[in-house]
Design a protein around this ligand. Structure first.
Ligand SMILES: Nc1ncnc2c1ncn2[C@@H]1O[C@H](COP(=O)(O)OP(=O)(O)O)[C@@H](O)[C@H]1O
Ligand SMILES: C[C@@](O)(CCOP(=O)(O)O)CC(=O)O
Ligand SMILES: [Mg+2]
Length: 418
């Protein structure tokens, strides 16, 4: 392995089944391949340091390699953590609490925990390295930025440790499984009790029907015929945290089990029926898809994860009879998706988008769903004349368009291994 190198992973849209996925119900999601987290790894100035640079959340931090000494000496503890990949090792988490003492009670704590946990487990012998992360995804918006950064870090650290060599044209099945397994633990550091759907989509890409089992294992199958659906994604810019929302739903389930458990089951049924329709979408079942979108949003409202600012988008959509709108991701703010009636005209879509942007200050996207998952550009696939340009993206403020122009897989001549 030689440095510098680059990795990336996409965001996702959950079509049906957010929150209920955490309770072992089926859910369906697709990658948003055009919105991605990029991670550039290069030598740090000080060969004894490990540095992370997360400008999207205004966080930069350096650790001296010796800060991790007591954890790295505990070979047995590390081995245990590596063997039980369904749960975080509470021993390592407590040891990292000491290393991260000064970050406690800051907004960055969980992002740093994700980084440090993956670092000590996956590449503890690496030092003198700097990790720059930049995402074209909105952060904390329901599009899976937490899973996307967990996948990017897992892939990069597996490359640093030599576990993923990136010397073949594609990542192998077992390499992707490794990334998916470790990014799930990264998601746990950030989010607490993830279902695993977000990291699966960020790893494998495409669209998946996902189910978490009672024993903590996960199953998913690709939705092979996933269609391009006319839709608008709206980002309300209302901040929220998945960890808090998932925690609130957990308390509601505990307070009202007989009422809420059937809601979660209904969401699972809805995801199964929705996937059947997506698999064979035609003019006859198209309106049923919209019906399920409307019902899914209603059930999410019942879980208490909507927000007045999200309901405004639904109001605009329903008032103009454009289609069906639901929140996507953990809710509480963040993003919604609107699936449009077949009869909705381009002019109506434009009016809808203009209204959301000018009256409410929201941002709208029209992006394809599906597409590639995580990828790596090892040093030997980065031409020397491109390296400086790539590096400059990570050392200064640049627009997302500029990042896409230079790095977006499929849109540049870079040979991403994915
Ligand atoms: N580009 C990034 N840089 C640093 N931290 C990130 C980045 N993307 C995600 N994160 C971490 O993930 C958290 C947001 O995750 P979450 O609340 O699950 O929302 P979502 O996954 O929908 O974007 C951030 O607060 C931060 O800890
Ligand atoms: C609410 C949930 O279903 C999705 C959370 O997605 P996001 O972090 O809001 O992008 C939680 C999960 O499945 O892990
Ligand atoms: Mg998340």
């Amino acid at each position: 392995m030689s440095v510098p190198f680059l990795v990336s992973a996409p965001g996702k849209v959950i079509i049906f089944g957010e929150h209920s996925a955490v309770y072992n119900e089926p859910a369906v999601a697709a990658s948003v391949s055009a919105l991605r987290t990029y991670l550039f790894v290069e030598p740090s100035e000080d060969p004894e340091e490990i540095e992370l640079d997360f400008p999207d959340i205004n966080f930069n931090h350096k650790w001296h390699y010796n800060d991790f000494a007591s954890i790295l000496q505990d070979a047995e503890g590390l081995e245990e953590a590596r063997l039980n990949t369904r749960e975080l090792s509470q021993k390592i988490v407590s040891q990292l609490e000491v290393v991260q003492g000064e970050l406690r009670n800051t907004l960055y704590y969980y992002a740093a925990l994700c980084f440090c946990y993956l670092y000590v487990c996956l590449c503890p012998h690496i030092k003198g390295m700097k990790f720059h992360v930049k995402s074209t995804l909105p952060i904390g918006a329901g599009l899976g930025s937490s899973a996307s950064i967990s996948v990017a870090l897992s892939l990069a650290m597996a490359h640093l440790s030599g576990h993923i060599r990136a010397d073949k044209p594609e990542l192998s099945v077992s390499e992707k499984k490794f990334i998916n397994t470790w990014s799930f633990l990264g998601e746990k550091c950030i989010q607490g009790t993830p279902s695993g759907i977000d990291n699966a989509v960020a790893t494998y890409g495409n669209a998946v029907l996902f189910k978490r089992e009672m024993d903590g294992t996960t199953n998913f199958e690709f939705v092979e015929q996933f269609p391009q659906i006319p839709m608008v994604l709206t980002y309300t810019k209302i901040p929220r945290s998945t960890k808090t929302l998932v925690g609130n739903v957990r308390e509601l389930v505990i307070r009202q089990p007989n009422v809420i458990k059937p809601v979660l089951t209904a969401m699972g049924q809805l995801a199964l029926r929705g996937t059947e329709i997506l698999d064979s979408l035609d003019d006859k079942n198209y309106e049923e898809l919209l019906e399920l979108v409307r019902v899914n949003h209603g059930l999410l409202v019942a879980l208490g994860v909507s927000h007045p600012g999200l309901e405004l988008v639904r109001f605009e959509c329903d008032t103009n009879a454009l289609g069906a709108t639901k929140l996507t991701g953990a809710g509480g703010g963040g993003c919604l998706l609107t699936i449009l009636h077949k009869t909705t005209t381009q002019e109506q879509v434009q009016q809808f988008k203009t209204k959301l942007e000018s009256s409410y200050g929201y941002k709208t996207f029209q992006t394809d769903l599906g597409g590639i998952g995580c990828g790596i550009l090892p040093r030997d696939l980065i031409a020397d004349d491109k390296l400086e340009n790539i590096k400059s993206l990570f050392c200064q403020e640049v627009s997302n368009d500029r990042i896409d122009q230079l790095l977006l897989p499929g849109k540049t001549d870079l040979h991403w291994i994915h």
